[in-house]
Write a protein that binds this ligand. Sequence first.
Ligand code: NAD
Length: 421
Amino acid sequence: MAEELDPFKIAQKQLDEAAEIMKLDKQAHAMLREPMQTVIVNIPVKMRSGATQTFTGFRVLYNNARGPGKGGIRFHPTESIETVKALSAWMTWKCSLANIQFGGAKGGVICDTKKLNPMELENLSRAYIRAISKFIGPEVDVPAPDVYTTPQIMAWMMDEYSRIKEHSEFGAITGKPLEVWGSEGRNDSTALGAMYVLREAAKMKKINLKKAKIAVQGFGNAGHFAFSLAAGMFGSKIVAISDSEGGVYSDKGLDLAKLDEAKAKTGSVDGYKGAQRITNEELLELDVDILIPAAIENQVHKGNADKIKPKILLELANGPVTPDADKILEQNGVLDLPDFLVNSGGVIGSYFEWVQNTARYYWTREDFDAKLDKIITRSFSDVIATQKEYASKGKKIQPRMGAYIIAVSRVAAAMKMRGWY
Ligand code: NAD
């Protein structure tokens, strides 16, 4: 894998850059460059044919100085330990930036969920939890859904963990359905948080969101809700959307119900009638006010960054912009808001679910949204304030670096107080 696209090398490079700017203590820097614990498991699963297939899974606890590990589980055919390590580092920074009582972790299984029937998917989900059960728990490390994992999968996983513990442990996993004490609001909290960030950024850039044109890459949990919320909350026009098969574009704006219909009928949004078919690459280069990558990592890279010029790039996916592209975007005046600020609504929602599970007391949807707004709006202001503080000292930094400096300094301070260095 080329260095610049190895996600863990990217995560380390970003930390190194922050460490230099903020003059981070060398011992803290060394500790924060590597995960505290990396678990790799090979999981035998009974398939419908009666044969056993072995899947490889990962769970990485990056840092727990500020609280239990926290991070999603991805079921993806190209999952790798490097990706999981990188994502666990980003979870650490994300939880720290949001200032919630979690460290960072991540998990994944190499598999193609499209090739598994429901029974095989359940068998795999339960077997993965059995394999990592010693390394997770409400006070240890709390998994959640991510790419190609669902609330149903979280319910099976919570159930499997509870069987091992011989009592229900609802707080062991978040992103669960409401029937097993998931939280009101958790389902769309990633996209809702991103909308609160977008609202603040648009205010700062004096962009009228009612007149804004938006392109969204990805039509999964994050992308779908981003579409409906941007249209619903601001009246924005979503002119382009895509999934792994390709995308569609219409200057007049797209209709969500018709997109759902196309996806259900043809398996992809590119079956939508009355719009121009485009590739994922073309979607990124459209002339729009707001670009929302909401699919996978490394989509904006040095090969295409010069052609990508929205006013705001809202990183709803994890790691969609490579470090080389970061610099090009900045030179072109794009306000690139980093993933671990923009998509932190998901983990803030997970935190709310865990808090409610732990207290056994449940909030209303209004409570949830108001608390999310408060936390993520504060994170956005903290990032902008840090940028300004460094600018006043003659050092120009990007929002990503501002976010890093806040997050890393909080984790380093907790490690220091705990006597780790
Ligand atoms: P999902 O599985 O629900 O959807 C993924 C979407 O990306 C699908 O529409 C898929 O077709 C599309 N996709 C896959 N490969 C693609 C490719 N090569 N090009 C274009 N599109 C492609 O996943 P999700 O939960 O929506 O997550 C999307 C991103 O958001 C990920 O980076 C994830 O880590 C991040 N994220 C999600 C949450 C959450 O709560 N769902 C929270 C934080 C971050």
